[in-house]
Design a protein. Structure first.
Length: 606
């Protein structure tokens, strides 16, 4: 190895945290969060070091600075606050404080009883000559009183990124509905005050676009539609238009804008579905045939996910020679709806599209519109799920629906905590595609247990309409599809399900308790009964304990063991946020008896 041509930095900055994949991807935070930064900083020799974290927000031209403090053993720590959405940057700067280094050496010599310090004082006079020290001869006292902070031998770490979303990117209660079952945009608009009373933050609408006629699906996914069958909203495109058009049965663009505006006045966001697929009648098939993959015989292959077949849908070809045109067209679709006031998008099956596309599209949209939030619906392997999160998705669907036992939930939560720097979970209790066996067999107690778990474990959770009515009949044994699925037929929905009071209590508890607005800190609690699942969440002075009976068929008895390590007093009052009952709990074992699927959500302190 050749000798370096320039003087190498002697200060080492290592183990900078937080970071994701050596800084390749940003960490995630929301507006108002404090980014806690640590690093290991050292130099050969005995010089005194100083360090700071330099940071700047979106479009800022200058760096701001927050000090780092030494914690010992070469570990330094500090923080800075992010106050607006967008992409932030930070890096560590370290330096030798030449004045402090000189003073430390002088102080040690004085403490050792060294009498002749004339050479040291002459060295100090030269070092401090730039400071206003007066005309008198330098003394030990004056040298030790000189202001430190002279920065020399500066060194910098790599630059790291922080992707900052609105608080809704981390915390929110979602409700999914098909607007055609509620009287279109006008019908949903009338119900906005009631949704606000229930405490929902987001109303998510499946695709609102014209539905194709060719190969339209009938009820219960029948391959042949009958007269009057409305088809699947995910078969996008007809003579009225494609991804930038609205199905006339739902209303007009003007009515959508009014729905979005009225919702925002009540603190509710309207989320649209972004599904990258086309019906055989989509205008793009004629305008851009090169965007679709054809077999050697010239035919198009419809979408499949065996054993499911989607004869009414064609996928777009991201390997097209005109892939740039395709990328831009899809970005234009998102920007069109952003122009209508929509700032939340649920993305259908993003794991079947290229990761570079998502990184580009989300970056393009959020560069001009940093308030936009993307939710990834990718029920797939951990690697692509986490890669999508790193690529810019603010939230992600999870495996929650399939985690129903104590040990499944423990494994699931361990995984989420491992991913917490870049992966924000949204725990939907059900979806139009997923009716889990637990709900099918457990009846109302199963639904009650699952909504409490979803709402208290995860900062973001959701339910699909029908959940509050405990709809639990599958299309056939062993299937997770609903009988008479709303995906293929029109229903007459009303906002009057028996579980809505429970949802309202949970949403109120979430808004009133900061501990429920973050994934962690999370402490699992022993119950001495594997059918009882308990955990403690804390944020500042706010502490909430949740205990759920996972058994939808029988009452379960056990204890909830609160360890000394929680820092709680020996005895303390608790109040159940669901029933408003009050008890006195203690460190150690607390008796618990819960009916089938029932829960306690206890706020410590009453």
């Amino acid at each position: 190895m050749a000798i370096p041509k320039t003087t190498p930095a002697r200060i080492q900055i290592q183990e900078v945290a937080p970071q994701v994949d050596c800084g390749r991807y940003p960490i995630k935070r929301t507006v108002g969060d404090t980014v806690e930064v640590t690093a290991r900083i050292f130099r050969d020799g005995h010089e005194t070091l100083g360090a700071a974290v330099r940071h700047k927000g979106p479009d800022a031209s200058r760096w701001s600075e927050s000090p780092l403090e030494s914690l010992g053993n070469d570990i330094w720590a500090g923080s800075f606050e992010v106050d607006r959405p967008g992409l932030w940057s930070f890096r560590i700067e370290a330096w030798v404080d030449r004045v402090a280094s000189y003073q430390e050496e002088l102080r040690r010599k004085v403490a050792a009883g060294q009498a002749d310090l004339r050479s040291e004082l002459s060295e100090g006079a030269a070092l401090l000559s730039s400071l206003d020290m007066g005309d008198e001869e330098l003394t030990v006292e004056k040298a030790l009183a000189a202001p430190a902070g002279m920065r020399t031998e500066k060194a910098w770490s790599a630059t790291y990124s922080v992707d900052v979303d609105r608080v809704l990117g981390r915390f929110g209660s979602w409700y999914e509905l098909f607007p055609r079952s509620w009287g279109g945009f006008a019908g949903v608009r009338k119900l906005l005050p009631r949704f606000a009373e229930l405490g929902f933050d987001v109303l998510y609408l499946p695709p609102i676009h014209p539905i194709g006629h060719t190969n339209r699906k009938g009820r219960n996914n029948a391959e042949t539609a009958k007269p009057g069958d409305v088809g699947s909203p995910w078969a996008i495109g007809a003579e009225e238009g494609g991804h930038d058009a609205i199905d006339p049965s739902l209303g007009t663009e003007k009515e959508l804008r009014a729905l979005v505006a009225d919702a925002k006045k009540l603190g509710i966001e309207i989320a649209l579905d972004f599904a990258i697929q086309c019906s055989p009648d989509h205008p793009w098939l004629k305008e851009h045939p090169e965007w679709f993959h054809r077999r050697p015989d010239g035919t198009l292959k419809y979408a499949e996910n065996p054993p499911k077949r989607y004869q009414d849908i064609y996928n777009l070809d991201f390997g097209s020679e005109d892939w740039r045109g395709l990328w831009q067209a899809l970005c234009d679709v998102v920007l069109h709806w952003v122009g209508c006031g929509v700032t939340v998008f649920r993305v259908d099956n993003p794991h079947t599209k290229p990761l570079p596309f998502w990184e580009w599209l989300i970056g393009e949209v959020r560069r001009e519109h940093p308030d936009v939030i993307f939710l990834s619906e990718a029920f797939t392997r951990p690697a692509p799920m986490t890669a999508l999160a790193k690529s810019g998705f603010a939230q992600s669907y999870t495996y929650f629906t399939w985690k129903n036992t104590r040990w499944e939930l423990l494994e699931f939560l361990g995984q989420l905590l491992e991913w917490r720097e870049f992966y924000r979970p949204n725990c939907f209790a059900n979806t139009p595609d997923i009716l889990h066996e637990y709900l099918q067999a457990g009846g109302r107690p199963a639904f009650e247990a699952r909504i409490v778990l979803a709402a208290t474990l995860s900062p973001s959770y959701g339910i699909y309409s029908g959940f509050e009515h405990c709809e639990n009949v599958p299309v056939r044994p062993g299937s997770e599809e609903y009988l008479n699925s709303e995906k293929y037929e029109l229903k007459q929905r009303k906002l009057d399900g028996p579980l809505l009071p429970l949802a309202a209590k949970l949403n109120a508890a979430r808004r009133e308790n900061a501990a429920l607005q973050w994934l962690d800190p999370l402490t699992m609690l022993e119950t001495e009964n594997e059918r009882l699942f308990a955990f403690l969440k804390r944020r500042g002075e706010n502490t909430v304990v949740t205990i759920v009976n996972l058994d939808p068929a029988a009452t379960q008895v056990g204890v909830c063991v609160v360890p000394v390590s929680t820092g709680l007093p020996p005895a303390y009052p608790v109040r159940d946020l669901l029933s408003d009952e009050k008890w006195t709990w203690r460190i150690g074992r607390n008796y618990v008896k819960l009916g089938p699927g029932q829960s306690h959500v206890l706020r410590i302190g009453g």
